[in-house]
Design a protein around this ligand. Structure first.
Ligand SMILES: Nc1nc2c(ncn2[C@@H]2O[C@H](COP(=O)(O)OP(=O)(O)O)[C@@H](O)[C@H]2O)c(=O)[nH]1
Ligand SMILES: [Mg+2]
Length: 184
């Protein structure tokens, strides 16, 4: 049996929500406290999924805001999107909705594989978004959702396992056990 094709994953969200931190935590297993905010980087990592080794190419984007034009390269050749907000920033949560609209507009599809991530759960005192708000949005979008802490390495591997699961579900929609949305 041939090895599965590489999967390309884009990590999107407002600036400073932790896109680079969670990507580096996942790929290199360490916490970076300061990372140059505006560069885009691509990382490679093999992800184990259902006994298979899947090569993932992870694009850590520079981040989106109301002034930055959606980069059309993020609509081509991407298998799945990790959309990150910070549980301390309602603005970052609102930005996720705008980003998703732009993805759908540029890809011309009704849905794309998405994992919605509420990052920075270690900042309990600054929490302004409840888990339910994230879950509700994921239910509406029929996508996966999880909260995470890139700082404490909580649920970081889970994000990418969910992503592969969403991508495979999208590519093989009729396989057993591949229906419904995954929420943990
Ligand atoms: N407390 C806490 N800080 C985080 C977490 N993830 C990222 N940060 C910090 O948030 C800031 C922005 O992170 P960065 O990954 O550069 O954000 P990006 O612009 O989305 O790539 C940095 O100072 C990180 O150390 C987290 O889970 N918890
Ligand atoms: Mg970054």
């Amino acid at each position: 049996m041939s090895a599965p094709k590489p999967r390309t994953i884009a990590v999107l969200g407002s600036r400073a929500v932790g896109k680079s931190t969670l990507t580096i935590q996942f790929v290199e297993n360490h916490f970076v406290d300061s990372y140059y905010p505006t560069i885009e980087n691509t990382f490679n990592k093999v992800i184990r999924y259902r006994g298979q080794e899947i090569a993932a190419e992870i694009i850590d984007t520079a981040g989106q805001d109301e002034y930055s034009i959606f980069n059309e390269t993020h609509a081509v050749g991407i298998h799945g999107y990790v959309l990150v907000y910070s549980i301390t920033s309602r603005q970052s949560f609102e930005m996720i909705k705008i980003i998703r609209d732009k993805i759908l507009l540029h890809t011309g599809t009704e849905s794309v594989p998405i994992v919605l991530v509420g990052n920075k759960t270690d900042l309990h005192m600054q929490r302004t978004l409840s888990p339910d708000e994230g879950k509700e949005l994921a239910t509406q979008w029929k996508c996966a959702w999880t909260e995470a802490s890139a700082k404490h390495n909580e649920n970081i591997t889970r994000i990418f396992e969910l992503m592969i699961s969403e991508i495979e579900k999208n590519l093989n929609p009729h396989e057993d056990g591949n229906n419904g949305c995954v929420i943990i």
